[in-house]
Design a protein around this ligand. Sequence first.
Ligand SMILES: [Fe+2]
Length: 306
Amino acid sequence: MTYVTESNITDIVLDRWEAVPDQRFRRIMQSMIKHLHALVRDIEPTEQEWMAAIEWLTRTGKLSNEKRQEFVLASDVVGVSMLIDCINHRLSSEATPTTVTGPFHVHGSPNLPNGADIARGAPGEPCYIAGSVRNLDGKPIVGATLDIWQADGDGHYDAQHGGDEAWMRGVFRSDSTGAFVVQTVLPVPYSIPMDGPVGEIMARTKISPMRPSHIHFLINAPGHHQLITHLFKKSCPYIASDVVYGVKAPLISEFDLMPAGSVTPNGTIAHHAFWMLQYDFVLEPITEHASTKTSAAAQGCLAPGG
Ligand SMILES: [Fe+2]
């Protein structure tokens, strides 16, 4: 029997954790132990620091529920959510890239006809999104579903708004030419929640807690990889410092300000100026090779968040 010393304890623990029948789970646990021991050896925490860490994790867990996920936020601000997204969506360079889902997606948004208004009186400057859903060959994808959600002009999502009706979200379908039109308001930058344990840590840094202006999309079409992404407003000052590292170059989009009297994508004449975003999404088809790769990568992995 070998008893532990500072130098042999990692090997003894790893040896004990060989006793895990599931190969993938064993690999996860042993890697976690290896990296956690390396972290502790690196920083040599005091017992007070270790208790502070446990107390922080406890408060983070207590604050997390079906409406608020503080652990997802913690994963976001250290770039782990984005790293998991990158690993799980290695698509061709011509396909529209993915980014984090974020904590504000609500299931069961209402189905809306093309051109419908998701803002319906919400604060903000009028904005239209018009575009299409296409495959890698540029052919239109008919009947793709586009689940769209965003913050209103005050920076609030449905979950933060508190009303009974759907707020700033809806599900659209691409038409017979692959096109879609959404009426909304201009998204604005917003801060991640700073009133919890993650905010407490961020407040001890000089890192900006802001997310750049963006709109969320979850797009599905049969035979194609699901696309969860955002479109970001090009001129937003927080583009280069997104606190969750979600910005990818092809997702930065020009929002054009159209003067009053311009024709909207719905074919009406606007009485007021409005913002216009044009974007064509490109979905990658699921091939046999890709589906094998995707299921292997997804197996046993933590769910992506953001
Ligand atoms: Fe968002």
